[in-house]
Design a protein around this ligand. Structure first.
Ligand code: CO
Length: 180
């Protein structure tokens, strides 16, 4: 697993619901924590680690060397209120930032690594991060929520990312690979 960058097509796909709560799942989540740490992010969604699964991890508050780590599996926003404007970046979009308006307080329902349901209320940066990560699980990228000014401001950088991107061999040959 490694960090996927825009415009990798996995970032535009709706991620799959997690149904197996196994040691393999726990190992993948641990790798996500490592990728998030290495990239100095506060949140990372499955598709950003090349894994199309409804999982995201966080490390809030920021500015700490490691942790506190949290994982949210099959997450859903069940209540949202207020409205706040805030600056966002995304590990899959190096060097790109924009102002995005989102609800300020949300109630989230998710499963932990054992498949146990829990609910948690978050506000400010936490609520913003949860919404950004859940967007990833639905294939929604933060650039689509930016205002026109930010879209224009980031146009050249987005172009550069598109130019640098080389499709993976596996995605190109997938349909032709014989079953075995
Ligand atoms: Co992101």
């Amino acid at each position: 697993m490694k960090l996927t960058l825009y415009p990798d097509p996995i970032l535009k796909k709706r991620a799959e619901v997690v149904t197996e709560f196994s040691a393999a799942l726990a190992r993948k989540i641990k790798v996500m924590y490592e990728i998030m740490d290495r990239s100095e992010g506060i949140g990372l969604a499955g598709p950003q680690a090349g894994w199309s699964a409804r999982v995201f991890v966080t490390r809030i508050p920021e500015g700490q060397t490691s942790g506190p780590y949290r994982v949210y599996i099959n997450p859903e926003i069940i209540e949202a209120s207020g409205e706040a404007e805030g600056e966002e970046g995304c590990l899959s979009f190096p060097d790109i930032q924009g102002t995005i308006v989102r609800p300020d307080t949300v109630l989230i329902r998710a499963m932990d690594v054992e498949g146990q349901l829990f609910e948690e209320s978050g506000t400010g940066l936490t609520a913003r991060c949860w919404q950004h990560e859940i967007d990833h699980l639905d294939g929604i990228l933060f650039i689509s929520r930016m205002g026109l000014g930010d879209k224009l401001k980031n146009k050249a950088k987005l172009r550069a990312l598109q130019k640098e991107f080389t499709p993976k061999r596996s995605t190109q040959t997938k349909t032709r690979r014989p079953a075995r």
